[in-house]
Design a protein around this ligand. Structure first.
Ligand SMILES: [Zn+2]
Length: 994
């Protein structure tokens, strides 16, 4: 795999004077939007994007300052500043004003702080752009940083950090920073927590609010900001808003902060960093210091090396390591550092044996690099990369507005004005000397090695504990055996060779246009196949997305069957990889997944060579010979993924256990793990032909594809397996939902399996009724819309229960409901009382809405439901969701948007009384409490009445503990929902094949 981070940072110097306009921006052929680049009088550079067809407007602003600029004694300040800008401005002082406005108009917002950037963005229904934009602009003009918010919001930052504490990605990332050049700010800790934002400043007598104001005052300067506005309005209208609202952002004419030197210097190189992970991970990484490659973006020389080193076809490093049984996956490429510094990383997921042999793996990487050097730079390889890059830019489709504006705002710091859209994609000049220059950094004396593994052989000293995350590690010089192996890597293993020209590069880009609006229709329906088809009439790209659900009840009949099916799937993917990697590089990928119905095969990308890839995949599925050696590594990997589940975050466990209780049948990871040990290669070899023997194939082809081609594709699948038909009842069967008994508060209590995790979690689920009840569905949707912003404001901003606070719907076959999820250091019983109190208060919130406010919510929700798909993949996914649910309710969003507008305030209050009110005797409610083994006593003792309420939670509920028999009995005590029944007879979807 080629990994590439969003590139780097060269400031485009904005010229002074009145709006200077630049129109010559290179854009994709496909792109029907118009663009204008302005520089305001305050030097703020603004990109305007007018898109007449968009139903959402968005703005993003990227400030070229990040946590490298945090003061030495206040780690996390840039990030904290980002949180507080949302919390009120002089013009709009109410702390949740911005979020409330967005929520009432179908919008949302977010922000992130990185090494050198802070990026803010929002999205809102078209028609409300001006109001949202004015609120947003004030962040950068007159933020309040009110005392009370400043104090409270530290808790949100602290909780955000605690959410990451047990995440290996965060742990390893920060440790590598900790152990970098002590004279470079890259080593800083960017998230911050209560210690760095409250305690340390307090000890030093520092006023955090004053420091915040100073930070904002120093760095929030118009000349280092980039703004993007995207709306349906004309460029002139957008321009007048930009000028009117953003001219007041102060220009302090500062330089973009940058730093001399590199985080990895001679002192850090030639060392190995051995790390113990939280999960069972085995991972090897080589990090090479690189200069800032951003300056070379026109020829992207590092891409050439990433393409070869990260290749997965025959002759590649990965291919050889797999043959030796040492590796599972590999990626290579530039990881963005900051101004003046980059890293080139080669990352390898290892097998157990791979860890033992890591000292032999490293020389193989250098053998390959020597071979690339000795063979000389090949122009055809560059041209192939260039051709693929040009193709992906040419046919680039729209993405959701806020992800687009946010990304482009960041890119504006890094590319010349004409290249702000194309810069990350297009490669222009073939510059062999620059490729050779990049190659010259990939030397045995120029890297640091990181090895992540639960065990490390031959370590006699104690492991050290890192600051911030407590990660256990040893840092030492390369061992002698590695040093020796690196002396001569000129001769290379004969199994290493350069890839061949890629035959999957599409040649035919013809797109046939159709008139009118095509609908998803069935083009074949019999007892073996049901095939859905829709010709794309909207996006007009030479691409298609195809799904096949291979339904075989045998695949999920027991934990054993489910495990066999999983190993079979993983073996297949492993065996196909050398071949399918070429297709993937050329923009045509496939996925193969297990589910409770069997297996799903998905193909996505350029349609030209889709049939070729499909033929190869199904042929392998039919004829897989289980290789003993591969079997061993794959089952080791599957076991590892089952075991690692226990280390997932507490809120994931809460969500999973609500699903476990409410879904008719679900096998747990423990149950599957118990089966794994006894499975042999022969078991797989015998199992899969049986699984494939009786099947029903339900497919969907959507995109630039003809009816006849869609039929041909499903024929390829049928011909490969020649399955016998399933009985009609099995074809129609879907997994049902357990229906909670009304009037009982069910609580399932568990503990967080990871003993070191400080967080607990709760999912509080209220089941409302049958998913097919359209009136009720509208009421539930509207209730959820109205509750959403108050839930965040109350439970997170005001009460600071935790960083992760979510409210929304839970949908399943035959049932739907409302849920609140919180991850917190507080006890789940306490969280339950806070959710109860919040819900009880919602009645007043609904009752107090003025008719105008109520109507705003209806309009916002209806607009969100009717939101257009932004690209082919989004539409395909939506269609497939309706096919795979088996309701086939493709127009559901249209119906729902209509119904939502007709719900009255009285109906909603009655809905509340019956289904939501904690005092209701007809309510169906289940919560799952996952309690941390380290759950602390509250810092301030609870008041007696609060304590009584917390203690009452378990006393008044039907409590089921973590006992598999009790859980099974509980499930047995509930009724099951209806299965999915198509909303209209399937014959009404049929069209005659042509
Ligand atoms: Zn944050």
């Amino acid at each position: 795999m080629t990994s590439q981070d969003n590139a780097d940072a060269v400031p485009v110097t904005a010229g002074p004077g009145h709006p200077a306009v630049f129109n010559a921006i290179t854009k994709p052929d496909q792109d029907d939007r118009s663009y204008r680049l302005l520089t305001l009088a305050n030097s703020l550079q603004v990109l305007l994007i007018s898109d007449a067809a968009t139903d959402k407007a968005s703005a993003a602003l990227d400030v070229h300052v990040g946590h490298l600029c945090d003061p030495e004694d206040v780690a996390g300040l840039a990030h904290f500043c980002e949180h507080l800008l949302f919390m009120g401005t002089e013009k709009y002082p109410v702390e949740n004003d911005y979020n409330q406005y967005l929520s009432e108009h179908g919008g949302h917002s977010n922000a992130f702080t990185s090494v050198e950037n802070t990026n803010y963005y929002f999205e809102v229904t078209s028609g409300h752009f001006e109001g949202a934009l004015d609120r947003f602009a004030q962040f950068f003009i007159t933020p309040l940083f009110s005392e009370s918010c400043t104090e409270r919001e530290m808790n949100a930052v602290d909780s955000e950090h605690k959410k990451n504490l047990q995440s290996d990605n965060w742990r390893v990332y920060q440790l590598e920073k900790d152990l970098s050049n002590p004279n470079h700010p890259y080593r800083k800790f960017g998230t911050g927590n209560l210690e760095t934002l409250r305690d340390i400043p307090a000890q030093k007598g520092l006023d955090i609010r004053k420091i915040l104001l100073e930070f904002h005052d120093k760095y929030y300067s118009a000349n280092i900001m980039k703004l993007v506005l995207l709306g349906k309005e004309s460029l002139d209208q957008l321009e007048s808003w930009a000028v009117a609202m953003f001219s007041a952002v102060k220009n302090k004419d500062i330089k973009v902060p940058s730093f001399e030197g590199h985080p990895l210097t001679k002192a850090e190189l030639g060392k190995e960093l051995l790390i113990k992970p939280v999960k069972e991970l085995r991972h090897l990484e080589l990090t090479f210091p690189f200069p800032d490659t951003q300056k070379m973006y026109k020829s992207q020389p590092s891409k050439y090396l990433a393409h070869l080193i990260g290749h997965e076809g025959a002759g590649s490093i990965l291919s050889l390591l797999k043959a030796k049984g040492w590796a599972i996956a590999l990626s290579a490429g530039i990881t963005h550092g900051g101004i003046n510094f980059d890293f080139f990383k080669v990352s390898i997921d290892l097998t157990l044996a791979g860890v033992e042999h890591y000292e032999e793996i490293v020389p193989i990487i250098f053998q390959y690099i020597s071979m690339v050097t000795a063979d000389g730079i090949k122009e055809w390889i560059f041209q192939e990369c260039k051709q693929l890059a040009a193709m992906s830019f040419r046919f680039k489709e729209k993405s959701p507005p806020s992800s687009y504006t946010s990304r482009v705002a960041g890119n504006m710091h890094q590319y010349d004005p004409e290249d702000i859209l194309s810069g990350p994609y297009l490669m222009y000049d073939y510059e062999a000397d620059k490729i050779a220059l990049c190659l010259s950094y990939l030397r045995p004396d120029n890297f640091r090695l990181t090895l992540v593994s639960p065990t490390h052989e031959g370590i006699t000293s104690d492991f050290e504990k890192a600051a911030w995350y407590g990660t256990e590690y040893v840092l030492r010089d390369f061992p002698d055996v590695l040093k020796k192996a690196l002396v001569n890597t000129k001769e290379h293993d004969p199994e290493l060779f350069l890839p061949s020209p890629n035959e999957f590069i599409p040649e035919n880009f013809d797109v046939r246009k159709v008139d009118g609006d095509a609908r998803a229709a069935i083009i074949r329906d019999d007892n073996i196949v049901r095939m859905w088809y829709k010709k794309d009439d909207t996006f007009l790209v030479p691409k298609a997305n195809v799904w096949f659900q291979l339904k075989s009840p045998m695949s999920y009949v027991s934990p054993l069957a489910c495990t066999l099916a999983r190993i079979y799937t993983d073996l297949l993917k492993d065996a196909l990889n050398e071949f399918s990697y070429y297709a993937e590089v050329a923009g045509l990928s496939y996925a193969l997944e297990n589910n409770t119905d069997g297996m799903v095969l998905i193909l996505a990308g350029y349609n030209d060579k889709l049939a070729t890839l499909l033929t190869k995949i199904v042929d392998k599925m039919k004829n897989l010979t289980v290789d003993q050696k591969r079997f061993k590594f794959i089952s080791e990997q599957v076991a590892r993924s089952y075991k690692n589940w226990a280390m997932e975050s507490p809120h994931q466990h809460a969500i999973y256990h609500v699903s476990y209780l409410t879904q008719e049948k679900l096998w747990t990871h423990e149950e599957k793990l118990a089966e794994l040990d006894g499975i042999t290669p022969d078991d797989i070899q015998r199992f899969y032909p049986q699984m494939l023997q009786h099947m029903h194939i339900e497919g969907l082809a959507h995109g630039n594809i003809e009816n006849a081609t869609a039929l041909k594709l499903v024929q390829i699948v049928e011909d490969a397996f020649h399955p016998k038909a399933l009985p009609a009842y099995q074809r129609a069967e879907t997994m049902r939902t357990q229906l909670l008994t009304p009037g009982i508060s069910y609580v399932h209590t568990r503990t967080v399996p990871n003993a070191d995790n400080l967080n607990s979690a709760i999912e509080y689920y209220i089941q409302v009724g049958d998913f097919t009840d359209a009136e009720l569905r509208a009421q539930l949707n509207l209730f959820s819309q109205i509750a959403h912003e108050p839930a965040f404001d109350q439970l997170r901003t005001k009460e600071q229960l935790g960083y992760m606070v979510f409210s929304g719907l839970r949908k399943s076959t035959g049932a739907m409901g409302f849920r609140v999820i919180i991850q917190s250091e507080r006890e789940p019983t306490f969280l339950e009382t806070r959710i109860d109190a919040f819900l009880a208060g919602l009645k007043k919130v609904i009752a107090d809405l003025t008719p105008e406010e109520f109507a705003k919510h209806q309009t916002a929700l209806a607009a969100r439901m009717l939101e257009k798909d932004k690209n082919l993949a989004q539409e395909s996914q939506r269609l497939w969701t309706h096919v795979s649910s088996r309701y086939y309710h493709f127009d559901q969003h249209v119906l729902d948007a209509e119904k939502v507008k007709r719900v009255t305030q009285d109906t909603l209050l009655a809905f509340f009384d019956k289904f939501i009110d904690p005092a209701s005797t007809t309510r169906c409610k289940l919560s799952v409490h996952v309690k941390s083994k380290k759950c602390p006593e509250p810092k301030v003792p609870l008041e007696q009445d609060v304590k009584d309420k917390v203690e009452a939670v378990l006393k008044t509920a039907h409590v089921v503990q973590d006992d598999e028999n009790a859980v099974a009995d509980l499930k047995a005590s509930w009724c099951l929902s209806k299965a999915a029944v198509p909303v209209k007879p399937v014959t009404e979807y049929m069209v005659k094949a042509v």
